[in-house]
Structure formats: structure tokens, C-alpha cells
Design a protein around this ligand. Structure first.
Ligand SMILES: [Fe+2]
Ligand SMILES: [Fe+2]
Length: 237
């Protein structure tokens, strides 16, 4: 068995450390890896990534992360990534990472993802260039998932996102914002190529548990949705 601890939307900021830091204490007793599903910072400042590193200082298991939309807000996403990587964490943007846990290879494909909506009401590749560019960004993110899953050889395969690939885990959010919270185009490569678990955040007032149309479990791990510092999902063969 492999135990994946997961959390999203930490939104680290200067001056809001103590509760979060204690929330992550002793995680090594409960899980083998910590996955963080984006919105690492509150305002996208690189100094907030330093705060996150401090919050995670006592976590004694490998940490794998993706960025969220907040981390792009000031254009400091590369600096944020740099701070986290320099501290020994794995930050994924279309890449894969494999961790050895108790004789198992645990593989992650990670990327931020994007919005665009769901099913027949998803944003089409039509009309003004700015909307078509939004459509293309969703395709690019879906292709990162596809490329990662095609190359990932592991006993367990986990897709780590910020935006949601399904509608079910958004339930609780106003329907008007669903299209800004995720895109079903990202579920297509997941169902075609297979995965054991999909993690995402971004929908603060959504629902924790859902499933892709092909039956892959999806978990919205945004802190406000879960109401706890992190969840632990066991993966069993
Ligand atoms: Fe967030
Ligand atoms: Fe977000």
C-alpha cells in the first residue's frame, strides 16, 4: 500500500504561518508522499514561496507540487518554482516524477491545467482570437497530461493538477464559474491512458470526491473544501 497525502490552495502568505505549519507536522507518520495541487501562494509573490518552504520545513516525506493560477499573478512563477526546487521539492509543469515507496514505483504527471468548461458546453475553438487562445491553452495543458501519461512507467500513476478535469468535484461552487475552474478536455487523456488517482484544487467551495467518465477517482483537495490540512488516500495493489 502507498499512502498519498494531498492538499491544494495553501495560499501561503507572510504572517499566516503557525496554524498551517502545525497542520503539516507528523505527516510522515500518516503518508509516504505529499502532493500539493497549486495555489501555493496567496498573491503570486516569490517571498510567499519562501513562507511555504518554512511551513513545509518539518515534512519528512518527498513533496511534489504544481503551480496554480495565483502563483502566476505577478509573473513570478519561475521564481516561485525556483525557491521550491532549491529547497529539494519536485515542481512539475508537464514533467513526470517517480518515487520509490516500499518497493513500489509511484509516478506523478503534474501540470497546472486550465479552464474552458465541460462536455458539450465547453469553450469551442471558434470566434475571436482571444477565446480561441483560451481554447488552445486548454489543449496544451491536456497534451501535457497525455505526454506525461504516455511516458510514465510506474506501479501507481497519479495526475496532479490545479484545475479540475471534471464537473462533479466543483459541486457547491456557483455554476456560473464552472468554466473557469476546469475543463473536461483534460479528462480525455486520463481516461484513454489510465491513472489511479487525479488530484486537483482551485475550487475552494467544491466537493472532495468525484470520478472521470472512465472511472478514475478524482479528489478536490482544496483546503477550504476538505476542511482539514490534508487528506490521505491509500493506493492498493
Ligand atoms: Fe485557490
Ligand atoms: Fe486557483
Amino acid at each position: 500500500m502507498v499512502r498519498i497525502a494531498a492538499v491544494g490552495d495553501v495560499h501561503a502568505q507572510v504572517g499566516a504561518v503557525p496554524m498551517l505549519k502545525s497542520g503539516f507536522a507528523n505527516i510522515a507518520n500518516k503518508a509516504d508522499i505529499l502532493a500539493i495541487a497549486g495555489d501555493l501562494t496567496a498573491h503570486g509573490k516569490a517571498e510567499e514561496a519562501e513562507v511555504l518552504v518554512y511551513i513545509l520545513q518539518d515534512v519528512k516525506v518527498p513533496i511534489v507540487l504544481v503551480l496554480g493560477n495565483h502563483d502566476y499573478h505577478l509573473g513570478e512563477q519561475d521564481k516561485i518554482k525556483g525557491v521550491l526546487v532549491k529547497s529539494g521539492n519536485t515542481v512539475l509543469d508537464g514533467e513526470t516524477a517517480v518515487f520509490d515507496v516500499g518497493g513500489y514505483k509511484v509516478g506523478f504527471v503534474g501540470t497546472k491545467g486550465f479552464g474552458g468548461g465541460f462536455g458539450i458546453r465547453a469553450l469551442p475553438d471558434f470566434g475571436e482570437q482571444i477565446f480561441r487562445e483560451m481554447y488552445r491553452e486548454g489543449v496544451r495543458e491536456a497534451n501535457k497530461i497525455r505526454g506525461g501519461l504516455e511516458s510514465l512507467a510506474a506501479d501507481f500513476r497519479i495526475v496532479l493538477l490545479h484545475y479540475s478535469p471534471i464537473k462533479d468535484t466543483l459541486f457547491g461552487e456557483p455554476p456560473e464559474v464552472y468554466a473557469f475552474l476546469g475543463a473536461s478536455i483534460m479528462a480525455e487523456p486520463i481516461d484513454k491512458l489510465g491513472a489511479d488517482l487525479v488530484l486537483h484544487g482551485h475550487a475552494h467551495y467544491g466537493t472532495e470526491k468525484g470520478m472521470t467518465p472512465g472511472g478514475v477517482p478524482v479528489r478536490n483537495v482544496a483546503i477550504p473544501t476538505m476542511g482539514r490540512p490534508y487528506a490521505v488516500y491509500p493506493l492498493i495493489r
